[in-house]
Design a protein around this ligand. Sequence first.
Ligand code: PHE
Length: 346
Amino acid sequence: MLQDQITKYTAEINAFDTTNAGELEQFRIRFLGTKGIIKDIFDEFKAVSPEEKRTLGKVLNEFKQLAEAKYQALNEVIESSSSQTENAALDLTLPGEGFEIGARHPLALVRREIIEIFNKLGFSVAEGPEIEDDWHNFSALNFPEEHPARDMQDTFFIKKGGEKGDIALRTHTSSVQVRMMEAGQPPFRALMPGRVYRNEAISARAHCFFHQVEGLYVDENVSFADLKQTLFYFVQELYGEGTKVRFRPSYFPFTEPSAEMDISCSICKGDGCQMCKQSGWVEILGCGMVDPNVLENCGIDSKKYSGFAFGMGIERIANLKFEIKDLRLFSENDVRFLKQYKTAII
Ligand code: PHE
């Protein structure tokens, strides 16, 4: 009886062929599974007589090996053909996906451009702390005690009346000019880029912090003509040749005389537009001859040396360059805004 079954199933196994993984799995379950035919036959084998066992045992083992060999052979064929189709899907000639490279912040781009222009004139870069004492931010710069810029409304004070006077977030990088002059003797020719803080309500046109580049040049016989020519050169480099400049008298405690410098609007070329409020001119910086009091405060002989200084907001320069109308965009970290500057110099 068992022998008959084995003969029948042997024929079935020999005839079986498939390239389908599902069908092969059915085959495995039917013959080799834990409740499969081979298991049943082995169970029945336990009941046969000892004489029969001797001959049938060998037949049974061969039958089991046949089923296993069949399964393995078909399985190999199926696995190798499926890995071939995986390889076919992998097209090694396709271009790579590349890396997503970040973009420079527009303010960093403009700051770098300003520094590069002044580098050509021999200006180096100086930095200083953002938390300043009264002396470096105000007193050394000739701010009278009662000057409104010291008022709580403009300045973020951190500590009132300490050992070094009031401690505040610097309101301009002129404080770095003081530190530089205190630390050495002329000639000085440097730029002071950095973040500054003023207590203003945040809107499209004002923020509680912004970025400045200030500049200082102190040597023997430095004149207002040097100031004008330096700034004129700067503007031609930054906004292109033919950009006009004009100086309007102004007031800063630390410069005398003082001026504000306007340039012909880089957007409408002087015809009048929204950016220049139809005037054709935009103010870009404050400047002047360093007040002799400031030189003396920093230990420099004001009879021997003179100098000029200027200061500009990087945001303002960037607004004009990129036609950005809302200051808040610079600090919101909106990737869609920042990504636009990817093609600019790296
Ligand atoms: N410190 C001035 C400001 O923050 C700018 C300035 C610098 C003006 C140097 C004149 C000379 O507004």
